[in-house]
Design a protein around this ligand. Structure first.
Ligand SMILES: [Cu+2]
Length: 111
């Protein structure tokens, strides 16, 4: 009788693990590189400061931050993001409001 109860418990634990594996397989059919998030902001680079890891961007409305269009300085998450950028480039970007301020976490060329 005791053996039977243990078997039932193990069966219940195995089920969620299998469901998770299936979800991962499914996401493999949708490569992230092809998708451009709809909430990306648009902007034009005004200044690139590689040493300070900062970008000056003249940006459009940023709905996720409830911010109107303006020119402002952003911190970037990773200095390597600035490698191929220069003033005048038109970009799409993702910005997050964290404790340290506004941080740009993703930059792509504007279409
Ligand atoms: Cu702004």
């Amino acid at each position: 009788m005791k053996t039977m109860a243990i078997t039932l418990v193990l069966g219940a634990l195995a089920a969620p693990a299998m469901a998770q594996q299936k979800a991962e397989e499914h996401s493999a059919h949708h490569p992230a590189a092809a998708a451009v998030p709809a909430d990306m902001a648009q902007g034009e680079i005004r200044k690139v400061d590689k040493d300070a890891k900062k970008l000056t961007i003249k940006h459009g409305e940023i709905r996720s931050l409830d911010m109107p269009p303006m020119t402002m300085v952003f911190q970037v998450k990773d200095g390597a993001m600035l490698a191929n950028l220069k003033a005048g480039d038109r970009i799409r970007f993702v910005v997050e409001n964290v404790e340290a301020g506004y941080v740009v976490t993703d930059i792509r060329p504007a279409p």
